[in-house]
Design a protein around this ligand. Structure first.
Ligand code: TYM
Length: 338
C-alpha cells in the first residue's frame, strides 16, 4: 500500500481546540514519538483547522502552546522531528485552495466528521468546517508525506487525501503527489468515553469525568478511572470475551497501550479479575505513566518563549520542504509567476 516512488516521510497534526485528552496521547502523540528516528517526521499544531469553529484568540494561542508542550513532554525531540504550528507556514493555505478546486462537493458530503459536528445545523457552520478535509490533504501532501499516523476517527480524511492526490495527478497528467498510507495501529486507536463506551473520548464532552485530560493531576486520574462505567461481569478469560463489552474493552485497551502491551497480555494477567482489582491497577499505571508527562508539560508552559522558539525554528525547517513543493504545484497548474 505504501507508495515506494517517494522518500518515506511522516506527517501528522493535532488541533489546538480545548486541551489534550488521553485519546490524543495514546492514539496520536505516543505513536508519533515512536516513529521518530525510523523516518523523517513532521508534526504540526493545526491552528488553522482549530478556527473552523470560533476560538477565543488568547485561548487559541494558549492551546497552541499547550499542544506543543504535550508533544515535547511526551518525548518529541525537536532535533529529530520538525515541530511547528500550521499558520506559520503559509503554503498550507495556498495548497489548501488548490485542493478546494480539486475535491468534489460530493466527496465532502460523505465526510462523517462534518456530519457529526454539524448535526442538523449545517447552514450555520463555517465554510471552513466543510472544506476542512481539503486543508488536511494540503497539510499532508505539501510534504509529500507517505505515512500519516492517526486515530481511527481520521481514517476517512486520510482516504480523501489519497483521492485528492489521485485526481490531481490524473487531471494534470503527472505523478507528483504520493499515495499516502494512514497508519492506524496498536491497541488504542479509538479510546472511548469513560462514562459511555460507545462514544469516542473527546475534548468536548459534557462532563469532565468522561475523559482524562493530559493536565489532570494524580488524584483526578485515579478518581476518574475508579468511577469509570463498567458492566457487572468480571474480566473475561480471553480477549474474545471483550467483544460485546465496550466499557470493559476500552479499559483493557487503555491499560495495554499505557503498558506497551497487547489486550491479550492484559487479559492473561487479569483473567477473571473483578473491577475492584483491575481499576485501581489501571489507575496506578495511568498515574505512573501520565503524571511525569503532565509535570513536564507544566514546566514547558512556564517558559512560553522557549515553546515559541521551537515552533518558529520548526516552521523554518517545514517551509524549506513545503515551498519547493508548492512552487512546483503552481508550475503544474499553470500559475504565472513573474
Ligand atoms: P484531532 O486534533 O481531533 O486529534 C488529534 C489526533 O488524536 C487522535 N484522537 C484519538 N485517537 C484515539 N482515540 C480517541 N478518542 C482520539 N481522539 C483524538 C486523532 O485521530 C488524531 O490523530 N483533523 C485532525 C488534525 C489534522 C491532521 C492533519 C491529522 C489536521 N491536519 C494532517 C493528520 C494529518 C484532527 O482534528 O485531529
Amino acid at each position: 500500500m505504501t507508495d515506494t516512488n517517494f522518500t518515506p516521510r511522516v506527517f501528522s497534526g493535532i488541533k489546538p481546540s480545548g486541551g489534550l485528552q488521553l485519546g490524543n496521547y495514546l492514539g496520536a502523540i505516543k505513536r508519533f514519538v515512536g516513529m521518530q528516528g525510523q523516518m523523517e517526521t513532521v508534526y504540526c499544531v493545526v491552528d488553522m483547522h482549530a478556527i473552523t469553529v470560533w476560538q477565543d484568540p488568547a485561548e487559541l494561542a494558549n492551546a497552541t502552546r499547550e499542544v506543543a508542550a504535550g508533544y515535547l513532554a511526551a518525548g518529541l525531540d525537536p532535533s529529530k522531528s520538525i515541530l511547528f504550528n500550521q499558520s506559520q507556514v503559509a503554503a498550507h493555505a495556498e495548497l489548501g485552495w488548490i485542493f478546494n478546486c480539486v475535491a468534489r462537493v460530493g466527496w465532502m458530503n460523505r465526510m462523517t466528521q462534518f456530519k457529526d459536528k454539524a448535526g442538523s445545523n449545517v447552514e450555520k457552520q463555517s465554510l471552513g468546517l466543510y472544506a476542512y478535509p481539503a486543508l488536511m490533504a494540503a497539510d499532508i501532501l505539501l510534504y509529500h508525506a507517505t505515512h500519516v499516523p492517526v486515530g481511527e476517527d481520521q481514517k476517512q480524511h486520510v482516504e480523501l487525501t489519497r483521492d485528492i492526490a489521485k485526481k490531481f495527478n490524473h487531471d494534470y497528467k503527472v505523478d507528483f503527489f504520493p499515495k499516502t498510507t494512514p497508519v492506524i495501529d496498536g491497541p488504542a486507536t479509538r479510546v472511548m468515553n469513560l462514562r459511555d463506551g460507545t462514544k469516542k473520548m473527546s475534548k468536548s464532552g459534557e462532563s469532565d469525568m468522561e475523559r482524562i485530560n493530559m493536565t489532570d493531576d494524580a488524584d483526578k486520574i485515579a478518581k476518574k478511572f475508579k468511577k469509570a462505567k463498567t458492566d457487572p461481569e468480571p474480566l473475561p478469560e480471553t480477549v474474545d470475551g471483550l467483544a460485546d463489552r465496550p466499557e470493559a474493552r476500552n479499559l483493557v485497551e487503555i491499560y495495554a497501550s499505557l503498558n506497551d502491551a497487547t489486550p491479550a497480555d492484559v487479559i492473561n494477567e487479569y483473567a477473571g479479575a473483578q473491577w475492584g482489582r483491575f481499576k485501581p491497577a489501571l489507575a496506578d499505571l495511568a498515574v505512573a505513566k501520565l503524571a511525569p508527562i503532565s509535570t513536564e508539560m507544566a514546566r514547558y508552559m512556564d517558559d512560553p518563549a522557549e515553546i515559541d522558539r521551537i515552533l518558529g525554528d520548526g516552521a523554518g525547517r517545514a517551509r524549506a520542504i513545503a515551498e519547493p513543493i508548492l512552487r512546483k504545484t503552481y508550475d503544474i497548474v499553470g500559475m504565472l509567476r513573474s
